[in-house]
Design a protein around this ligand. Structure first.
Ligand code: SF4
Length: 416
């Protein structure tokens, strides 16, 4: 089938509102950085953003910027500049491409949002190592460059259950951030405002969960490739009422599509689960590849990472500690297996793709036998594809295409 004739995924109208939201988000940061009228905190994508917002900071997420370096395919050329400083080509390509962009004084923001010339300078850098150690190294680079404070939470990893001692420890670490944040922001900590921010964050998270779950409908009104960009507000807007409003609108649209049996791709025959990071530089190409085979990649571990069902405005510190410890990436393989098996049932999955991302072992779950164990327990076929989130030198398009086509053929034979 020629490229032109391949059925593409359908437009989700609310995605236009999401685009406008992201523009406003970056222009506000740009304005604050230029005028100094509001302090800016940089935060890791699953860091304690609720606290930062409640303390009056605008919050910038370098990972979202790095994902843009990936989608714009600028990353591959920028990574060697970080390698030259001693950052290995084997470590997180979000980090190395972002550092490379900084060194080369370039950003995809300039093209996406005219008038923005650079990333916003931080007043403080706040990390949580719940996802990986790389984020701390990444932020440490900028702490040296900008000579600003770096503070953070050191998480527990390989967690089977979020037990009381773990929650107590993380809650204390989050509380300990208050004092340095007061110093940087010049604002006093306000518990009422903090609770309100956590309330908004929980609402955003609940809506995002419902949005992703619309993909359980047959056919699914949503693809993983849509969700990977629609998740913008769940990452950068947690704790705000704007993100809540946007997701209410998106949920209504997707529910209406599901009721009308209006699938995200034409003629959905195969339902696929994606584990691991997106290949940002191939998001569109992969969307076309799968939809051209009538396969809808409709659910993922990755996009569900911004669901925080434990957030509780009445117990903000402890509930944040619990929510950010229950994250999939921090958990033991026993937990991960159970989690994925449950999702396969909810979404009626025919096959699983594991993205083995070369520079992100933390988000690659097919290296220690997990994929084979799940295949054995569920009978659902799996395919691992080698690749990367940002470094396109590690991606073989031909090999991916051949493997995916053979995999879908296998699913087709199984379905008879
Ligand atoms: S989880 Fe992976 S992609 Fe994300 S910052 Fe860590 S190493 Fe990079």
């Amino acid at each position: 089938m020629s490229e032109e004739k391949k059925p593409a995924r359908k437009i989700i109208e609310t995605s236009k509102d999401m685009g406008r939201y992201m523009a406003e988000y970056y222009y506000e940061l740009n304005d604050a950085a230029k005028t100094g009228k509001q302090k800016i905190a940089w935060c890791t994508s699953v860091g304690p953003t609720e606290l930062l917002r409640a303390m009056g900071f605008l919050v910038y997420f370098p990972e979202t910027h790095a994902a843009m370096l990936g989608t714009s395919r600028m990353a591959t050329d920028l990574i060697p500049h970080a390698n030259a400083l001693g950052y290995s080509p084997e470590v997180c390509s979000y980090m190395t491409s972002d550092i490379g962009a900084y060194l080369k004084k370039t950003t995809p923001l300039s093209k996406a949002f005219p008038g923005i010339e650079s990333i916003p300078k931080p007043d403080v850098l706040v990390f949580n190592t719940n996802q990986c150690r790389d984020v701390q190294d990444w932020f440490s680079f900028y702490a040296r460059e900008f000579n600003v404070p770096i503070i953070g939470v050191h998480a527990h990893v390989g967690v089977k259950d979020a037990t009381e001692p773990i929650i107590r420890d993380i809650a204390t670490q989050i509380e300990n951030l208050v004092e340095p944040l007061e110093k940087t922001s010049g604002n006093r900590f306000d518990m009422a405002l903090f609770k309100e921010t956590v309330r908004n964050s929980r609402k955003c998270s609940d809506l995002w969960k419902e949005i992703l779950e619309t993909a359980a409908a047959k056919p699914s009104p949503l693809t993983f490739f849509d969700a990977a960009t629609l998740m913008g507000p769940a990452v950068v807007g947690r704790g705000t009422t704007v993100a809540v409003g946007l997701y209410e609108k998106l949920l209504a649209e997707l529910k209406q599509k599901a009721a009308a049996r209006d699938g995200a791709i034409e003629n959905e025959k195969f339902r696929i689960y994606w584990d691991g990071m997106p290949v940002w530089g191939r998001l569109g190409a992969h969307s076309k590849l799968f939809s051209g085979l009538n396969a809808n990649v409709l659910a993922s571990t990755y996009c569900s990472s911004w669901i925080f069902t434990s957030l509780d405005p009445d117990d903000p510190f402890r509930s944040m500690a619990k929510a950010y410890t229950e994250l999939f990436i921090v958990r033991s393989d026993d937990y991960k297996e159970q989690y994925i098996e449950e999702k396969l049932k909810i979404y009626g999955i025919d096959g699983i793709i594991y993205h083995d991302a070369k520079t992100c072992p933390n988000n690659s779950n097919c290296r220690y036998g997990l994929s084979k164990r799940i295949q054995k327990s569920t009978g659902i076929p799996t395919l691992s594809i080698d690749g990367d989130l940002c470094d396109m030198r590690l991606v073989s398009d031909e090999q991916t295409k051949t493997n995916v086509e053979a995999f879908i053929e296998q699913l087709s034979e199984m379905k008879g």
